[in-house]
Design a protein around this ligand. Structure first.
Ligand code: DC
Length: 224
């Protein structure tokens, strides 16, 4: 990795606060924000739109290599189509674990993610499940965010309510447990705490507290 680029990796399960924190940190530091979950979601959206089974490996891998993914100014585009809102539907959320478990799909996405981060002027804050372990094992600083499943389901319930969807907390907790299990036991790049990461439990913390902790970790690295 070029010495003049800073790569901050943020990994963790759904609802641990990765997107919120990564976005604020990127804004504060001038680093480019890369949401890798949004990329897997965009591919899932495209598969569903084209009636492709989310577990059909060869077709999906081929699609992943041929798709043009762009993340810019808070927008997510696939082949030039703005899917920023469409990738947050329940249908996409329910199918994205399957799509992101495929080896060929991950291979294509990891290559694109590395390219995006290395093209970013100053560097990037890049969030996902395998960033510190697979995409950038030599990241400048690795953060792993966690929170209890109850708190993560509560956060998801608030997000969904804002989008006009009312779901019982029990249903959300059980979906969250299922997705955690799937994402952390799959063969290809399962969700894992990178050995050399700073682990922050966000369950009882405010966004500001977590941002301050991450910012001071980054500062301490910059001084080295
Ligand atoms: O962070 P998210 O909920 O938007 O991620 C959507 C899904 O994509 C999640 O179920 C796991 C998967 N994912 C992944 O496998 N690897 C990543 N680097 C990012 C997300």
């Amino acid at each position: 990795m070029p010495r003049n680029k800073m790569i901050v990796s943020i990994d963790g399960p759904a609802g641990s606060g990765k997107s919120t924190i990564a976005r604020i940190i990127a804004e504060r530091t001038g680093l480019t924000y890369i949401d890798t979950g949004a990329m897997y979601r965009a591919l899932t959206w495209k598969a569903l739109k084209n009636g492709i089974d989310p577990l059909e490996e060869p077709t999906l891998s081929d699609m992943a290599f041929k798709s043009n993914l762009e993340l810019s100014e808070d927008k997510v585009l696939i082949d030039g189509i703005d899917v920023t809102d469409d990738i947050r539907t329940l249908q996409v959320t329910r199918n994205v674990s399957a799509v992101s478990s495929l080896g060929g799909v991950r291979e294509a996405m990891v290559a694109t993610q590395r390219k995006m981060a290395l093209a970013a002027g100053k560097g990037a804050v890049i969030e996902g499940r395998d960033i510190g372990t697979v995409v950038f094992p030599d990241a400048t600083i690795k953060i792993y965010l966690d929170a209890s499943v109850e708190e993560r389901a509560r956060r998801r319930q608030i997000d969904l309510k804002t989008a006009g969807v009312d779901l019982e907390i029990q249903a959300l907790e059980s979906e969250m447990r299922k997705r955690d299990e799937y994402d952390s036991t799959r063969n290809n790049s399962p969700l894992k705490k990178p050995a050399d990461s700073f682990v922050l439990d966000t369950t009882d913390k405010t966004i500001q507290e977590v941002v301050d902790e991450v910012a001071s970790l980054i500062k301490s690295k910059e001084r080295v």
